[in-house]
Design a protein around this ligand. Structure first.
Ligand code: URA
Length: 222
């Protein structure tokens, strides 16, 4: 069967699941076709000084895929959605430098619109193809809690029937994973049609982040 029928990153994921090894190996990934039109793969990261001190990472945040800025700069959540994420993390009392931030899909999927590269939602097949990288990251990071930002991450980990609108902010369990909590995606908040909608969604997002942190603090005391 040709590889493209069931694309998968699995043959590209090294058996050693340490972050530096994974981070360098992901650049060679051709597990699906998305690498063809992306500048580079964008892997997850946590501030290096903390990682090298081997500090335990409490939270792993998972977005959808790198956007235009992330694709050029090679880091997750550094564009407008990343700025909103930073603000909301701060509001929720969470230090981004201690959080591992990554994406469900590691290459930017886009379509041309004039001179712009417009974000295109990854397909279920591309999401599945990229899952071995996410599993390797979870194994390397061992977070206490995974926070899915938006439907793509949530459906990848919790199944295609999962609905953020109905189940955000609740603790969920998934096979072979730490507890998972899903919430809104910062880009969805930025896209809200009115100022009121944006403010409401932002409050929901910050409250969910606070819930995530409360869970981490509770599990700290056990
Ligand atoms: N949106 C995402 O889901 N991830 C990023 O890294 C940037 C925007």
């Amino acid at each position: 069967m040709p590889a493209s029928v069931h694309p998968s990153a699995a043959p590209f994921v090294p058996s050693e699941h340490s972050l530096p090894v994974l981070q360098s190996a992901v650049q060679a990934c051709q597990g699906c076709d998305l690498y063809r039109h992306a500048t580079q793969a964008v892997f997850g990261e946590v501030e290096a000084t903390l990682a090298t001190r081997a500090a335990k990472i409490d939270l792993m945040l998972i977005g959808e895929q790198p956007g235009d800025h992330e694709d050029k700069e090679g880091h997750p959540f550094v564009g407008p959605a990343g700025r909103l994420l930073d603000e909301c993390l701060e509001e929720a009392g969470i230090d981004r430098r201690k959080v591992y931030v990554t994406n469900t899909v590691k290459h930017f999927k886009w379509e041309p619109r004039g001179k712009l590269r417009l974000h295109k939602k990854p397909s279920m097949q591309e999401i599945r193809a990229c899952r071995p990288w996410l599993d390797a990251e979870v194994e390397a990071v061992e977070p206490r809690l995974i926070v899915c930002l938006g439907a793509t991450a949530a459906q990848s980990l919790l199944g295609p029937k999962f609905r953020i609108t109905q189940a955000h902010g609740k603790l969920e369990s998934a096979k072979h994973l730490p507890p998972v909590l899903a919430t809104l995606h910062p880009s969805a908040i930025l896209r809200a049609r009115t100022h009121e909608d944006r403010e409401r969604d932002r409050r929901i997002f910050v409250d969910d982040l606070r819930r995530a942190m409360a869970f981490v603090h509770r599990s700290d005391k056990k």
